[in-house]
Design a protein around this ligand. Structure first.
Ligand code: SF4
Ligand code: SF4
Length: 432
């Protein structure tokens, strides 16, 4: 069996640390503080709707979508707004957010109006892509072209993470119903749920519902980054998304399993997105999958897992391949936080960088067919026009090239910054 796409890697998956741990609901005390960021998605941050000292209810809208690519933010607790200020963020360093002191820890979310048009309801509920991309879901559900296939992404190909896996086992029916809602609303012919073959229990769970719901389950080879949208579409349908284009260009939309569950909760139960499952693992005493309120400090998640084992050297928010290093645990969980992974010094590979030996491993590993070794030279020399010619904008920042490089070249880091420069060149050209 082939991957369906070229390249990719087989890292040590380390999923057994938490794969058998059911999602555990984190408990909260009166007077604890949650810090809800106003920017938890790609696009414009939400506009705050509350003031200091104001009382808010769990599920109340506290940030309003501002612009086309933006969505709403809700309070995950009932309590008092104690301050509005800057919060730590793994992605951007600092983001504006709302600090709320909990008055009633048991309160469940206030319902949203479910009588609205489908896309408006999803916007109202503040749902974003929960696989890490955090693209506002209502925008993705308004495709300007005919879509023939909906793929539900259950690959969860990042090492260590198992929160989607647990969700697939524990909330199978809700995920399928969420997917069916999308299929029916957008009149999509075909629904395929794609899962990597290292998750047989999840595949079995979905297969139980096949007859009642009419969809296909596709088991995919376990290879990173199988869950990348372009890789998934190629593996499942054999369709190639053209450079710079979205999946809808080839008649496909892809939604993550957790997004489908959130969508089901919004449409069927009127629940805004105020909590998510997070895998907390690595060098902690008891690795777990936790259901946590958005805005909960990462330090509370680590405490809930019994604290550190040894001396933490690096904490990653998200998966180890595409996540972000955090320099503090005084940072809130956001809608994007799929994992908190603690590494000790001894868990990390030596990062001593040496010269490129032109071994070509990065070229073989790149799932986008790029030539990282050459691109790196252009990035270092700031030859951004050349970097554009070598298709850096097609880089999905998966990190496969850096992972396999025997010279420990930080290739993906160069491409992340290089892409920003190249985007400026593209914009300048468009404005001419
Ligand atoms: S980070 Fe970019 S260049 Fe490196 S392997 Fe992934 S897609 Fe290719
Ligand atoms: S993997 Fe590293 S050493 Fe090998 S060609 Fe690529 S950049 Fe050079």
């Amino acid at each position: 069996m082939t991957n369906g796409f070229i390249g990719g890697i087989h890292p040590d998956y380390k999923k057994t640390l938490t794969a058998d741990k059911p999602i555990e609901k984190l408990s909260y005390e009166k007077d604890e503080i949650v810090s809800v960021p106003l920017s938890q998605h790609i696009g414009a941050p939400a506009q705050e709707l509350v003031k200091k000292k104001e009382q808010v209810l769990c599920g109340q809208k506290i940030g309003a979508s501002k612009g086309f690519i933006s969505t709403n933010i809700h309070s995950s607790v009932t309590g008092e707004v104690v301050s509005i200020g800057n919060l730590n963020s793994p992605l951007t360093g600092k983001v504006k957010g709302i600090n709320i002191k909990i008055s009633n820890p048991e309160d469940s979310p206030k319902q949203i109006d479910t009588g609205k048009k489908f896309q408006d309801l999803i916007l109202e509920a503040g749902i974003v892509g929960m696989g890490g991309a955090t693209f506002p879901t209502h925008v993705k559900l308004s495709p300007p072209k005919k879509i023939d296939t909906l793929i539900i992404n259950g690959a969860e190909c990042e090492p260590f993470l198992t929160c989607d896996y647990r969700l697939m086992i524990e909330s199978t029916e809700e995920i399928i119903k969420g997917a069916k809602i999308i299929q029916d609303e957008l009149k999509i012919e075909k629904l395929i749920i794609a899962v990597e073959d290292n998750k047989p229990e999840a595949i079995k769970a979905f297969n139980k519902y096949i007859h009642g719901f009419n969809f296909e389950v596709k088991a995919l080879p376990t290879v990173y980054p199988q869950g990348g949208e372009k890789q998934l579409i190629l593996s499942v349908l054999g369709r190639i998304v053209p450079e710079g284009k979205l999946p809808l260009e080839v008649g496909v939309i892809v939604h993550n399993v957790a997004t489908c569950k959130a969508l089901y909760d919004a449409v069927e139960n009127g629940l805004p997105l105020t909590e998510r499952a997070v895998t907390v693992t690595g060098a902690v005493k008891e690795p777990k999958n936790l259901l946590v309120k958005i805005g909960t400090p990462v330090s509370k998640l680590i405490d809930a897992c019994g604290g550190y084992v040894g001396e933490p050297e690096k904490i990653v928010i998200g998966g180890p391949m595409m996540g972000f290093s955090a320099n503090t645990t005084d940072m809130p969980v956001s809608k994007a936080t799929s994992g908190v992974i603690v590494f000790r010094k001894e868990d990390l590979p030596s990062l001593k960088m040496t010269n490129c030996i032109r071994c070509g491993r990065c070229v073989s590993a790149c799932p986008m067919g790029l030539v990282p070794a050459i691109m790196e030279q252009f990035a270092i020399s700031e030859l951004y026009e050349r970097l554009l010619d070598w298709h850096v904008l097609n880089c999905i920042e998966c990190g496969c090239c850096s992972y396999v490089c025997p010279a420990r070249r930080p290739l993906v880091g160069y491409f992340k910054t290089g892409k920003r420069q190249v985007m400026n060149i593209v914009k300048e050209r468009e404005n001419k």
